[in-house]
Design a protein around this ligand. Structure first.
Ligand SMILES: Cc1cc2nc3c(=O)[nH]c(=O)nc-3n(C[C@H](O)[C@H](O)[C@H](O)COP(=O)(O)OP(=O)(O)OC[C@H]3O[C@@H](n4cnc5c(N)ncnc54)[C@H](O)[C@@H]3O)c2cc1C
Length: 488
């Protein structure tokens, strides 16, 4: 259990640090500050653990694990396993994922308690450069802080489609439901849309996925998008790209009972089609949680989209006020929020005016990214298009995973490939992009070696193990080095 100090509104408890937001950016900052000997308060208005523990990283991955198994049992011929009628129970998987998420939230609460962090359950607002007001169910608390860390995250953006009521769901509303709407349409084929569509399709048999751009995962390397489209064409996720959703044509309850009719125009062919679904999940558009945060009272500057502007040390323009996590507009990943949280805690504990060395600050250029869809996607560094746009002369090697003996032996599923992009002049690896079963497992090694900046021959020597996923990566690097494919 966490502690909530009920104080008379007039008293002004002082802390070394007040952290606003209990997601990975916030609670990790708070715990690390406390470990460094600071007196810390944390304010959370909703669920400790934020999006990451409540809906994002943890619940989706718990469900994706089982979705992948369901997919494999349906689609693959697995030696030694014969299935004569597969029954799936989404409600049970949903409950399992909620149980895991709840346990982790309890762990976080315990961590905060063990570190003597004072927790306030309510909405926090800045009341000045060193003052925070917290509105709880039954009181208004005023806190004073030498330092304030803003870690308020983002929320799903409002969409005009939301006007069509209960049929239109945010990702949180969709993931909160123990019963899947059937059929279900997902709009937005980025990482969140694709992961959710993978889960839903395993249990609903068919999920429609609409994307406005001309390819799935538009921010990935174009070869990865093409391979994902091919993989989806053999799955229960039905992908439609170049789609324009016409908001005015959504008619709740018409024409088929409880279903919604969604008019979708193909922006290339001009074809207009009406699709019916019990619900539509919107998986695009986020807004920073900076409204009603009192930023103007402290004079904290935001960019034109409302994200908090920080320098490389995560300092805002107001001395003593820092920001971490999704609210900074940096890549929206819990891993980024966590790296920032550790850094900012050291920065705060150094004291006013002292700066931690810049080379310890999080570096955003080569953050590994990963999508736990089926097949998985993972990568680090520049895509082919980005490398060319930066005027680099590049060398490219693609190596299919079917060259890996272990993969061939263990799976009949989509094989996938690794694509390595290097600089023709310097041999430096500019980007590595992978699609296939379990490719996310290769990321730690690539991230460790920096992806961008390491020479292809150094990376080749670092990729040691054989007969696993690393084998094709090693072969691609050998080819880049002009070495024989099957040499030692
Ligand atoms: C479906 C999905 C899957 C994802 N999968 C992954 C993944 O596999 N790996 C990964 O690294 N990332 C993943 N992410 C992204 C990850 O969840 C976010 O990057 C991460 O949660 C950001 O952490 P944060 O602390 O910045 O913000 P949040 O987690 O959003 O936490 C912010 C907290 O601040 C609270 N808050 C806001 N305003 C106030 C206020 N005024 N007063 C008090 N409290 C306030 C909110 O209630 C919230 O709890 C996923 C996201 C989604 C949506």
């Amino acid at each position: 259990m966490t502690s909530t100090t009920k104080l008379a509104p007039a008293t002004l408890p002082e802390f070394d640090v007040v952290v606003i937001g209990g997601g990975p950016g916030g609670y990790i900052s708070a715990v690390h500050c406390a470990e460094l000997g600071l007196r810390v308060a944390l304010v959370e208005r909703e669920r400790m653990g934020g999006v990451s523990l409540g809906w994002g990283c943890i619940p989706t991955k718990a469900m994706l694990r089982y979705a992948t198994i369901v997919d494999a049992l349906r689609c693959e011929k697995i030696p030694g396993i014969r299935i004569s009628g597969l029954t799936v129970d989404y409600a049970a998987v949903h409950k399992h994922s909620r149980d895991i998420a709840d346990r982790l939230v309890m762990d976080v609460n315990r961590l905060l308690l063990d570190n003597n962090i004072t927790v306030y359950r309510g909405h926090a607002m800045l009341a000045g450069a060193t003052d925070v007001e917290v509105e709880t169910m039954d009181a208004l608390y005023k806190l004073r802080a030498k330092n304030i860390i803003l870690a308020t995250g983002t929320s799903a953006a409002n969409s005009p489609l939301a006007a069509y009521g209960a049929h239109i769901l945010t990702y949180r509303e969709a993931l909160d439901r123990p019963v899947l709407p059937d059929p279900l349409i997902v709009v937005g084929a980025g990482p969140v849309g694709l992961e959710c569509a993978t889960i839903f399709a395993a249990y609903n048999r068919e999920t429609l996925l609409f994307e406005s751009s001309d390819r799935v995962l538009p921010n990935e390397d174009h070869d990865i998008s093409a391979a994902m489209a091919e993989a989806l064409s053999k799955s229960s996720v039905k992908l439609h790209t170049s789609c324009e959703i016409l908001p005015t044509s959504v008619h709740p309850d018409e024409p088929v009972g409880r279903r919604v009719a969604l008019s979708v125009r193909n922006t290339v062919s001009g074809e207009l089609r009406v699709h019916y679904a019990e619900a539509v999940m919107l998986a695009f558009g986020h807004v920073p949680n900076t409204r009603d945060l009192g930023l103007e009272k402290a004079g904290v500057v935001t960019d034109e989209h409302g994200y908090i502007v920080t320098d490389e040390y995560l300092c805002t323009n107001v001395p003593g006020i820092y920001a971490v996590g999704d609210v900074t507009g940096k890549p929206a990943l819990a891993s980024v929020a966590e790296a920032q949280a550790h850094y900012v805690a050291m920065q705060v504990s150094h004291g006013e005016g002292l700066r931690m060395p810049g080379n310890l600050a999080p570096v955003y250029a080569n953050i590994p990214h990963y999508i736990y869809s089926s097949p998985q996607v993972a990568g680090v560094g520049l895509t082919e298009t980005q490398a060319i746009a930066r005027g680099r002369e590049i060398n490219i090697r693609r190596m299919p995973f079917k060259t890996s003996l272990a993969m061939n032996r263990s799976s009949n599923s989509f094989d996938g490939f690794v694509k390595v992009i290097s600089d023709l002049d310097t041999d430096r690896v500019l980007g590595v992009h992978m699609i296939g079963p379990n490719v996310t497992e290769l990321l730690p090694q690539l991230a460790f070696h920096g992806g961008h900046g390491v020479r292809a021959d150094d990376l080749m020597h670092a990729i040691q193990s054989q007969a696993g996923l690393r084998d094709p990566l090693r072969h691609a690097l050998r080819e880049l080095e002009g070495l024989e494919l099957h040499g030692g």
